[in-house]
Design a protein around this ligand. Sequence first.
Ligand code: DX5
Ligand code: ZN
Length: 224
Amino acid sequence: MVEILPSLLAADFARLGEQIDQVTHAGVNFLHFDVMDGHFVPNISFGLPVLESLRKRTRLALDVHLMFSDADTFAPRFVAAGADCVSVHQEACPHIDRTLRLIQSEGARAGVVLNPATPLATLEHVLPIVDYVLLMSVNPGYGGQKFIPYVLDKVRALRDWRDRLGLSFAIEIDGGISVDNVGKVAEAGVTWVVAGSSVFGAPDPGRAASEMKQAALDALARRA
Ligand code: DX5
Ligand code: ZN
C-alpha cells in the first residue's frame, strides 16, 4: 500500500491548519514533519511547540524526521509531544541502537534515515529492530531540490535485502518526488513517499497528493 506523506516544510506556515485540512480531505494518512537544528543540516525549521499544536489539531499520523546532531536526546521528547513515528539519521547517532529502542519504548514507530551517499551496509545490525528505513533522495536541509537518481538502486537493494531477511519494515523516500517520478520509486519498492513542494507548491495540495498516489498505484498495476 502506497502512502503519500505531505511534508509540512513546504506548507505556508501562516496557514498550517488550513493546509493540513486540504490534504486530510484528500485522504492522506500521514504528515511528514522535518525538524532541523542548524547544525546537522545548514537550516532550521520548526520544533516541539509546533508539533504539540498540530497534535491537538489533527488525527493524522505525524512522521517526524529529525535532522539533528543530538537526536539521541531529542527523539523521546518528540514522541512525548505527539509524534507517531520518529526517524533519526544514522550519521548523527552514535547510540542509534539505544535511540531506536527508546523511541519504540515511548510508544512510537522508529525509523532510521540514510543520506544519499551513506551505504546501506551501515544498517546491518539495526534492520531487525526498525519499523521503517528512510532513504534520502536529496541532501537534507532544504525542500525543492532535484531527485538524485542513484537512490533508486539503493531502494531496490534495500527491498531485496529486507525480503531475503524475511523482515517487514517500510521503505520511505524523501526529496525531489513528484507525479513524474513517483511511479518509479513505487516500482522500486517504496511504500511511504514524502512530497513537499510537489504537494504544497501546487494550487490544490489535496488534488496534488491524490494524483501522486494514483500515479504510484498505476505504475504498480502496470507492472503486475
Ligand atoms: C529535506 C526534507 C524533506 C523536504 C522534501 O531535508 O527532509 O522532507 O520537505 O521536500 P521536496 O519534496 O520539496 O523535495
Ligand atoms: Zn524529511
